[in-house]
Design a protein around this ligand. Structure first.
Ligand code: SF4
Ligand code: SF4
Ligand code: SF4
Length: 435
């Protein structure tokens, strides 16, 4: 019975697909054919996402009507019949969106109610950003588009669904730490797979053809040495402004390794004051060395060897210390970008805060791999400077004593805002993966 009620939806997407077929836009046809598959996900956000797509399609038909009518008018041709047909199609498409409000379908898609709004926002935010990139940027930025003209459209659909899905999972404090670890690892694997394929000769994987060393310190060191190449610093800066230091808990391609290696045991948080100062030393060293190499006109191979050496020392730290201490030693002691992320991250309004329910039990401290919850930090009701907003501590607190804050918003809304941004940015970065 419910499936029969989905017929208007299938028909609406079928018409849209036929339109793309006629226009020769294969990718649009594939996206329209795949859109109803979202309804296989029996969550309320999935039904809402399909409704949003149908409303968007209805608007698309009306915009097409205006465009075609003006062309026909200019050519002195009649457009009344065309207008009647397209208005009926637009109304039918809008009615298909309304059909998902029937009692049986609401019942079918009732699960996941609490996070519905946030997941739909993540879906729409991802879709809007990627449609803008697909339509407005002349050079094909979406990875699939570089191999198949029109391939950007199904990518946009798939990754918008991905954003909504991971947003729902991340909003569940009990599962968030595990999900974070997994999606971060997937993100890093995707990055390195793209790098290896690019190095093996598939040029589209590299986009600019301008390789940079996959060592985070080179986000600062690279442009200083080259005197240009600002893509990574800009990407880093945008992330930090939007999501604070979450670069270091959700997006960095190397930090995911430190997270995995430290994950073998519970954090012991053995950092002393000198550990925390070490990153200042590496930051000054990277900046000074990059500038010196540039001023001395050092060859690229020398800069690459030094940058690679810095990265290898980092891997050794992960293997020797992160694995043993359960703390992300590489990220909290060594990597200068972590220092910049946590420092500049204060410019964004996202925070983790403890409240008066806290009993100082210390459980959260044993979940923090960034060494940001010492007993002093807990007593002050705020994490230490190395907090990256990973959120792992929130799920372990049994007293509802800690959570995300964003200005004067409630903790629940603050959490939703943070994870909508994280999920959407994840999906957008996967779509436009660029090295
Ligand atoms: S500290 Fe460095 S390696 Fe670790 S996550 Fe941040 S940028 Fe990446
Ligand atoms: S787990 Fe909760 S109650 Fe215990 S110290 Fe942390 S914030 Fe306080
Ligand atoms: S204090 Fe909490 S949110 Fe901050 S780094 Fe530690 S576990 Fe992550």
């Amino acid at each position: 019975m419910s499936l029969l009620r989905l017929l208007p939806v299938l028909l609406a997407f079928g018409l849209l697909g036929a339109h793309f077929l006629r226009m020769g836009i294969d990718g649009g046809l594939v996206a329209a054919a795949c859109a109803p598959l979202i309804l296989l996900i029996r969550r309320r956000w999935a039904a809402r996402a399909v409704q949003a797509l149908l409303v968007g399609s209805a608007v698309f038909w009306l915009v097409s009507l205006a465009r075609l009518a003006s062309v026909r008018q200019e050519m002195g041709m009649g457009w009344g019949r065309l207008a009647a047909i397209l208005v009926v199609v637009a109304l039918g498409t809008a009615a298909a969106a309304l059909s998902l409000e029937s009692r049986s379908l609401r019942e079918r898609y009732r699960r996941g109610g609490q996070s519905t709004t946030a997941s739909v926002v993540a879906f729409l935010l991802t879709a809007v950003v990627l449609v803008f990139v697909q339509v407005k940027v002349a050079r094909p930025m979406i990875l699939a588009e570089r191999f198949w003209v029109g391939g950007g459209w199904p990518t946009i659909l798939g990754l918008s669904v991905y954003a909504a899905w991971i947003n729902e999972l991340l909003l569940d404090p009990a599962r968030q730490a595990k999900i974070r670890s997994r999606i971060w690892l997937v993100f890093s694997m995707f990055f390195f797979a793209q790098l290896l394929l690019g190095l093996s000769g598939i040029e589209q994987m590299l986009m600019s053809g301008d390789l940079h060393l996959p060592v985070p310190a080179m986000i600062v060191g690279g442009p200083l040495y080259r005197g240009g190449g600002l893509f990574m610093p800009i990407l880093f800066g945008v992330t930090v402004l939007l999501m604070g230091p979450a670069w270091c808990s959700y997006f960095c391609y190397i930090g995911a390794w430190d997270n995995q290696l430290s994950g073998a045991r519970h954090p012991t948080n053995t950092s002393g004051p000198w550990h925390r100062r070490l990153r200042w030393i590496t930051l000054v060293a990277v900046v000074a060395l990059a500038l010196a190499l540039r001023l001395l006109g050092a060859p690229t191979w020398l800069a690459a060897v030094l940058g690679g050496g810095f990265g290898i020392v980092g891997v050794v730290i992960m293997v020797l210390w992160s694995r043993r201490t359960g703390t992300m030693a590489h990220c909290t002691w060594y990597c200068p970008i972590g220092l910049l992320a946590t420092g500049l991250g204060k410019l964004s309004p996202h925070r983790i805060r403890l409240n008066d329910n806290c009993t100082a039990c210390g459980l959260c401290s044993r979940a923090c791999r960034y060494d940001a919850l010492s007993s002093e930090d807990i007593a002050r009701h705020r994490p230490g400077a190395s907090c990256t907003l990973c959120g792992d501590c929130v799920g372990v607190c049994k007293h509802d004593a800690m959570g995300y804050r964003f200005g004067s918003l409630s903790p629940a809304t603050s959490r939703a805002v943070f994870f909508v941004l994280v999920a959407s940015f994840h999906a957008v970065c996967l779509a436009v993966a660029r090295i």
